[in-house]
Design a protein. Structure first.
Length: 219
């Protein structure tokens, strides 16, 4: 595939951007890569950190939505955001979704840059970013892997994972870029439609081949 070269990381470190659609299996592939000894940085972790109590982002969210997104089970003095309630708002309103992403994405990007600085000695790092294209984070990655599956599998997995109705699951899927658009921008497609072994062997060979060719960065 041919992609705009200005949207890729050009340094010596291999930075794999791991993305996909909601419930296509990004976390499964990310955990597997971590088991192979590759450092994995997770955008979802940084987004949760950004919404933890007393942060700038959490205060802005509480100021905008008030008690609608306050958790009743926090137990502490500081207000805790109910992520499910927040999701119920933003997945049904594109304006609110855009506002939340504009608030959180710069914080997530800063955390990636911070962690990449501490991992500069590693030959390969994985950046697991669900909204990689939507957030415009392609330039942090030397290559982008897209975890893919069928539309039916995506819907069924999301319903089972999050306990959603079919209508609610479909709303969350359509709130993201369509997979067709993401496929056209990815460097590698990982077909997560069957057993893990179907893609694991191929990825293992890809990682090992690259590392054997890469200069030693750990010295």
């Amino acid at each position: 595939m041919t992609h705009p070269s200005w949207k890729r990381w050009k340094g010596s470190q291999r930075r794999i951007g791991l993305t996909g659609g909601i419930a296509t299996g990004k976390s499964t592939v990310g955990r597997w890569l971590e088991q192979q000894g590759v450092p994995v940085l997770d955008a979802d972790v940084y987004a949760r950190e950004a919404l933890s109590p007393c942060t700038v982002c959490s205060k802005a969210v509480l100021e905008r939505y008030g008690q609608r997104v306050e958790s009743t089970g926090g137990g502490g003095q500081e207000a805790v955001i109910d992520r499910a309630a927040l999701g119920g708002i933003v997945f049904h309103d594109r304006t609110e979704k855009a506002w939340l992403e504009d608030l959180i994405h710069p914080v997530v990007r800063a955390r990636f840059e911070q962690e990449l600085g501490t991992l500069s000695h590693e030959p390969t790092v994985v950046l697991m970013i669900p909204l990689l294209f939507e957030a415009g984070l392609e330039e942090l990655c030397s290559e982008i892997w897209l975890v893919d599956c069928t539309k039916h599998q995506q819907l069924e997995r999301l319903i089972q994972r999050d306990g959603l109705s079919e209508a609610e699951a479909q709303t969350r899927i359509t709130a993201q870029w369509p997979m067709e658009r993401k496929r056209a921008l990815a460097d590698r497609l990982i077909e997560n439609t069957g057993e893990q072994s179907h893609w694991a062997h191929q990825l293992c060979a890809t990682i090992r081949t690259h590392e054997s060719k890469a200069p030693n960065q750990k010295g």
